[in-house]
Design a binder for this molecule. Sequence first.
Ligand code: GLU
Length: 297
Amino acid sequence: MKFMKRMAGRLILLMVALVLASCGQSAAEVDIAERIEEEETPVLTWGVKADTNLFGFYSIESGQIEGFDVDIAKALTDEMTDGEGEAEFVEVTSKTRIPLLKNGKIDGILATMTITEEREKEVDFSDSYFNGGQSLLVPEDSEIDGIEDLTENDTVLAIKGSNSTQTMRELAPQVEVLDLENYSEGFVALQSGQGDTLTTDNAILLGMIATNPGYRLAGANFTEEPYGVAINKGQEDFHEMLDEALDTIQGNGVYDEIYAHWFGDVLPADSPNSASTSTTGAADPEVDEEVESGGEE
Ligand code: GLU
């Protein structure tokens, strides 16, 4: 009888816990701006890449994820919390970033993510903080010199969840597109000859070339890819804080310092594939054909 009573007591406790949990706000519904104002040491959790040299990559030396997106996230956190807060990082891929944001595992995505109309149906974006453009990576001795050279005999490697895969299908419907899980797998697939070229944004590809000589970009960028910080819808105050913080770091030299640190060598201002911080100019003055960024996979 004692046992039965104990079990019944536990059952009631469990039911109360379940009811409380279902009444509470989900992590994604918490007002992040309010949290920043109220907490002594607010922690902002950012989804960043760990497979993308220059933007977000796992450094064996430091045992941390490093890169341009990571440093921008730290600078934004500092700015939004008056230096009181902390930035934490969660690894995302192109495929997992929106689901992780929506289920509240992260407060924002800083992960080479292009602002597209399609994505704006699901998430909100900050102002743009980087201009990329889609391009092709090929081995040095490849005969492919641009998207116009692709034929029905070519296999193009792309990454799941990136808009590059969709855009490639739209611009070169004759090719076979093979989707890989992440950029590490994508590059290994190119190395092992599973495809003739790998497609994504120029700066990501330049990051691959920087650590893997023997590869080159083929031709000019063929899209414009303005990157934004993605946050959940319904976070209007956080959105405003984010844009203000971005504005401040772009005006006070912090952004320029971070940009020069990561891209000074690979994307000099006079390079034909240079990116710029402006959201208005084309990433490449010689762009033949520009398209609006496509949707998701
Ligand atoms: N900027 C493109 C995108 O947002 C490609 C890079 C990526 O996969 O993150 O899909």
